[in-house]
Design a protein around this ligand. Structure first.
Ligand code: KG4
Ligand code: ZN
Length: 341
């Protein structure tokens, strides 16, 4: 048998239908169908998300094989996201994966989505963090500081007790009339604004935990009051509002990350997840990293937001260990990364 392992990976945990083909740690294709339907609702509508996955998954699968230029019988294993995520969305991807596993007689590998965000750093094997390292994983549903002791051994040492950082971006954006997902647009408008113009509260949580619900309420109250006085307030101050909101979220994230790095005496620091696409978070990581003599790791832009390549790299390591799953495994919307989670 050759040492080349071909993994077909499927990601469908939220609102992106993505299929990738990897040869060992190298990505041959990574095709994502985004679901535009949610923007008019101001957030992901679970029922519409699973229907859209259902519509997109076969064509995304065919496109991924075509771009990778491989035939189904060359695949060694089928990987899929088993959680956390929206149950209806997870069911579409897992059912499709199980169907392929039966049809092609290939083993299945169930992957934890949060672990996959972190292991996206190992794609292509270039500039990957050394173990152990800390990873700040920031997405639409999660905000975690993870101590990565080993590829197979991760511990959540801090996390949000309410809203995730991505949710804080999206909900603050919604208050400003910015369509879902607001994070990328807050980033864009914030580049032109003054980050010190408005001050919003930063929660002071114990240990390495986060909370964004007080921040969210403060933004809502401030925007409402200001708009009552001046109906054009948002329009006239959009860039400064975005810059100040973004700056508060990013500073909050770094306050705890710096403490965690000191407490655990670790200077290999990575970021991952959709919010790691944020330009301020990326530039600040470099700046703060220089100040604290950290070695910093920022994922390639295409591997920050949800994608199947990160599911594929995680499955590749499971394949090497012989960690396969069986057809009876049911997706878990609240799947944990570690017992502390
Ligand atoms: O990891 P991800 O694609 O999906 C989840 O697993 O949740 O993360 C999506 C989140 C959304 O909240 C989105 O607004 C945020 O990532 N996001 C950003 C940026 N790009 C995506 N937030 C701030 N700035 C960005 N450039
Ligand atoms: Zn994600």
């Amino acid at each position: 048998m050759s040492n080349l392992v071909h993994i077909l990976a499927i990601e469908s945990s939220c609102d992106d239908t993505s299929v990738a083909v990897l040869r060992n740690n190298e990505v041959l294709s990574n095709i994502t169908a985004n679901q535009a339907i949610h923007s008019s609702y101001g957030g992901v509508v679970p029922e519409l998300a699973s229907r859209a996955h259902d519509q997109n998954i076969s064509t995304t699968y065919e496109a991924a094989l075509k771009v990778a230029d491989i035939k189904p019988d060359q695949i060694d294993a089928i990987a899929y996201t088993n959680g956390p995520g929206l149950l209806g969305s997870l069911l579409v991807g897992s059912s499709f994966a199980k169907g392929l596993s039966i049809g092609l007689s290939k083993p299945l590998i169930a992957v934890n989505h949060m672990k996959a965000h972190i292991l996206a750093h190992f794609i292509d094997g270039q500039n990957q963090p050394e173990l152990p390292f800390l990873c700040l994983t920031v997405s639409g549903g999660h905000t975690q500081i993870v101590l990565v002791k080993d590829i197979y051994d991760m511990e959540v040492i801090g996390q949000t007790k309410d809203d995730a950082a991505g949710e804080a971006f999206d909900k603050a954006a919604k208050m400003l009339g910015i369509p879902y997902p607001g994070g990328p647009l807050v980033d864009k408008y914030g580049k032109e604004g003054d980050p010190k113009r408005f001050t919003f509260p930063k929660a002071n949580m114990p240990n390495f935990d986060y909370s964004f619900s007080g921040f969210k309420t403060a933004v809502l109250n401030f925007v409402r009051k200001s708009s009552d006085k001046n109906p054009d307030f948002i329009q006239n101050n959009l860039q400064d509002l975005c810059a100040s909101i973004q700056n508060t979220i990013v500073e909050t994230l770094f306050d705890k990350l710096i403490l965690a790095a000191k407490a655990h005496k670790i200077n290999q620091i990575a970021i991952a997840g959709g919010v790691s696409a944020n330009s301020l978070l990326r530039s600040k990581l470099q700046k703060i990293g220089e100040e604290h003599s950290w070695k910093t790791f920022i994922p390639k832009f295409e591997y920050c937001t949800d994608n199947a390549a990160m599911i594929g790299i995680t499955a590749y390591y499971d394949f090497l260990k012989g960690n396969f799953s069986d057809l009876g495994l049911v997706p878990n919307a609240r799947l944990k990364l570690s017992v502390e989670d």
